[in-house]
Design a protein around this ligand. Sequence first.
Ligand code: CU
Ligand code: ZN
Length: 169
Amino acid sequence: MKALIAVAVIAAPVLAAAAAGRAVAVLHAAPGGKVEGTVWFEPAAGGVKVKAKVTGLAPGTHGFHIHEFGDCSTADFASAGGHFNPMAQPHGAPQASARHVGDLGNIEAGADGVASLEWTDTQLAFEGHHGILGRAVIVHAKADDLKTQPTGDAGGRLACGVIGTAKTP
Ligand code: CU
Ligand code: ZN
């Protein structure tokens, strides 16, 4: 019994370190669409660093969220559910204290249709109640106005990707 306890105490920090690696979502376009991209999630001081590059967009602002289910199986990506909201909060801006955990705001595409984002988020986590693994990143047709409940009025879903565990570099 003593030996078992010792093993558990030693093993726990090792497991925690492994779980705090990297994650990635490869965004696939809806049928007939051309919006694609890659979103990386990395541990960072004070939260999780989100690094995204999305191509094939109409120039302008597009809602960008983590949705509850890692299910991009339906053509309209409705299968991904609503915004990931484990704390039962209202929709809001990524900087707001009251927001869905999945509320990452907007990405901004230039004239070339490419949007890049780098943002360290204080609410995302790789495990536990705020855990994002196995959920989905969605890019929307319209801007997230950061206030309309519960969606930000961001319109249709152009691209979807499931957040999976990535190899730690
Ligand atoms: Cu969304
Ligand atoms: Zn939201």
